[in-house]
Design a binder for this molecule. Sequence first.
Ligand code: NAP
Length: 294
Amino acid sequence: MKKDISGMTQLAGVIANPIKHSLSPLIHNTAFSILGIDAVYLALEVTETNIQTTFDSVSALNMLGANVSMPYKGEAYDFVDRHSEEAKLTGVVNTIVPHNGKMIGYNTDGIGFIRSLLDKQVNVKDKKVTVLGAGGAAKAIVAQMALSEVNKITVFKRQNETFQETQQMFLGIGQQTGVSIDVLPYEEASLMKQIIHQSDIVVNSTNIGMGETSLACPILDMSWLKHQPVVVDLIYYPEKTLFLMEAEAMGCLVINGLGMLLHQAAASFQLWTNQPMPVKEVEKVLLEKLRKGE
Ligand code: NAP
């Protein structure tokens, strides 16, 4: 991607650690280039010692805005002056938007998820959803589904030292939105089978299916999907996890995490530029890169 950088060029970027292998620079710089916006987006790998200075730089450098990724999403929440509704619910911020001298914090991961489903004509409104795993991504999608009039959400999480605290956090989202959200032990196979049988949508938000676990599935028995719910895997590399391949073979509509990645970026992009990201064109460039395995 060739770009003429001038004195007018504006800066955006993602603040995280590690972040050098992020796809966000490719996504945003491709969009800037297609739309002729004079801006660059960088991966800003920052140590804990420098995080507050870096956040302050968003204003000091008159940046268009910034994304924040792990492990600084919670600190970004504390840094900003105001929070969007979904950021308040999740307690994390992945997008900082300067506005009239103040910093506004958003969490666009959840809206990215909802839009990636809408792309496939799947609306979460009134649906019963099972979410496998209860980490950062689960928190964002559960909060956004709760704001999108979902009927009921059941989250399965391993029963370890973080179980109770995580359960309380999800219960809090349920109380604030009036949506029924249960957190149940991942180890309870018969309970999981029963809940999945009643679900319209099943989402894998665990890490199972990528890297060393690419030959594993997040559920014990694929026959639990015989009623053909929509099956979503937040993983996008591999493009189709074993879970999605097997669910598709059973007749389920399957959706991977690439749409979520693109749409969360698009939501941030629009907040900074007031312009919609050309998602389809950016997707082509992204797929080309992922398929080359770079
Ligand atoms: P995270 O915060 O580390 O959470 C991972 C969750 O998976 C935790 O709840 C963890 O359980 C659970 N888990 C991990 N291994 C497990 C196993 N063997 N059995 C049962 N549960 C297991 O990670 P995250 O940020 O939420 O990301 C989760 C997945 O979503 C990753 O694959 C990531 O690549 C993907 N993701 C995609 C997008 C996108 O835009 N498409 C965005 C964010 C994340 P414990 O709570 O018990 O530790």
